[in-house]
Design a protein around this ligand. Structure first.
Ligand code: ADP
Ligand code: ASP
Ligand code: MG
Length: 400
């Protein structure tokens, strides 16, 4: 008998018919003699709708109250799913995050899981119940509800699979696996049979939202093999694991992130320590920075630009003005940019990957603003307006 963790995203439980469909998948797994623990997200666009409701009341609600609000979405879906499974005649119980033992730190809106106390879960499993757990949420040391950040149910599922030493962790969604690019936006995408943790982590971090990047990080840490598959079409999905079998591929995929800003500091003094001052102050405020470009110094001054998540742009500008305005530098932010990236371990052993990417962009008439590379990624900064065209052009160059 195996223990299987199955996670269903918002679109998989969007309405009554979808909830019944998911109940069918779960009970089919249970019928085969498996223990089944299920993690669900809020139905459809519920989380977005709740955020909108908050905006109607307050421009700047407290993060604690936001989490109090947002956790309600998953409470609806777990209870409805449990009812649907009970209708089919199977023993089932729904649990909120805290009932399932999810303890987190206190970072409302982006909490980290500290520990999962699995006693209650195990007791229910011992009684042969299917256990439905609310994803995306936990409880902090003040007994307050927290959420794990958008897309956090993936992380809830992986964490549960690790804590329970599950035999399998299946992430059900509205596409049949991880593709070479977003199959809803790009033509002729191919489904990957498998992908390594490192590649998937980069892919997710650089914009492929099919898996939340923290869930992949956790899967790698605890060696949880993930399967990404569809709740609507029953066919094998994509396996995320340490070593991928499809090693021939030069790159695994193309992705974009349009939710970024370019911050520029123009005319700072060309002296040692300025870059350090700049990035250490940003790090203190937990602002993650990405692509960095420094100009060649001239007339005793230099310029530094970098990218960060668009949501942090105003704060970054404020911090940098604080440091550099006195010396006459001009700080600005620009959110009309997007980052397009290719990901794949295969590029390590192949020269010409970058030139192939840049050639495709050139032929599509797209200008590159900044470039950054790692061992398994190449990213370029371009105009946001051209992002979709760029992804398609680069995808076509690599995958035909
Ligand atoms: P869920 O609600 O199940 O968590 P998400 O919307 O978070 O689903 O993630 C699934 C979506 O991810 C797909 O509908 C697809 O449009 C998008 N996506 C982006 N990039 C990729 C990719 N490379 N492969 C598969 N899906 C992708
Ligand atoms: N419902 C949450 C969100 O929309 C969590 C999730 O879907 O994973 O972000
Ligand atoms: Mg998701």
């Amino acid at each position: 008998m195996a223990l299987i963790v199955q996670k269903f995203g918002g679109s998989s439980v969007a309405d009554a018919a979808r909830v019944r469909n998911v109940a069918g998948i779960i009970t089919d797994t249970y019928k085969k003699g498996n223990n089944v623990v299920v993690v669900v997200s809020a139905q459809g666009d519920t989380t977005d709708d709740l955020i909108e409701k908050a905006r109607e009341i307050s421009a700047n609600p407290s993060k604690r109250e936001m989490d109090m609000l947002l956790t309600s979405g998953e409470q609806i879906s777990i209870s409805l799913l449990a009812m649907a499974i009970a209708e089919l005649g199977y023993p089932v119980i729904s649990l909120l995050g805290w009932q399932a033992g999810f303890n987190t730190n206190s970072s409302y809106g982006s909490a980290r899981i500290r520990e999962i106390k699995t006693e209650r879960l195990e007791k229910e499993l011992d009684q042969k119940k299917i256990v439905i757990v609310a994803g995306f949420q936990g409880l902090n040391k003040y007994d307050d509800l927290t959420t794990l950040g958008r897309g956090g149910s993936d992380t809830s599922a992986v964490a549960l699979a690790a804590a329970l030493h599950a035999d399998r962790c299946q992430i059900f969604t509205d596409v049949t696996g991880v593709f070479t690019a977003d199959p809803r936006k790009v033509e002729n995408t191919q489904k990957l049979a498998d992908i390594t943790y490192d590649e998937m982590l980069e892919f997710a971090t650089l914009g492929a939202q099919v898996l939340n990047n923290r869930s992949v990080e956790m899967a790698k840490k605890y060696n949880v093999e993930l399967e990404v598959l569809s709740s609507l079409v029953r066919e094998p999905g994509t396996i995320v694991r340490e070593v991928a079998k499809m090693e021939k591929m030069l790159i695994r995929g193309v992705t974009k992130d349009s939710d970024i800003a370019r911050i520029s500091v123009v005319g700072m003094k060309d002296i040692p320590g300025n870059a350090f001052k700049m990035f250490s102050r940003l790090a203190q405020k937990n602002i993650n920075i990405d692509v960095i470009l420094q100009s060649v110094g001239r007339d005793g001054t230099k310029d530094i630009s970098f990218t960060c998540a668009a949501g942090y742009a105003d704060e970054a500008v404020e911090i940098l003005n604080d440091i550099f305005a006195m010396e006459g530098a001009v700080v600005s932010s620009d959110t009309s940019v997007a980052k397009v990236s290719i990901v794949g371990a295969g590029m390590q052993s192949h020269s010409g990957t970058a030139s192939k990417m840049f050639g495709a962009l050139y032929e599509a008439g797209i200008n590159i603003g900044m470039i950054s590379t790692s061992e398994i990624t190449i990213s370029v900064l371009i105009d946001k307006e051209s992002a979709d065209k760029a992804v398609s052009a680069v995808h076509k160059a690599f995958f035909g």
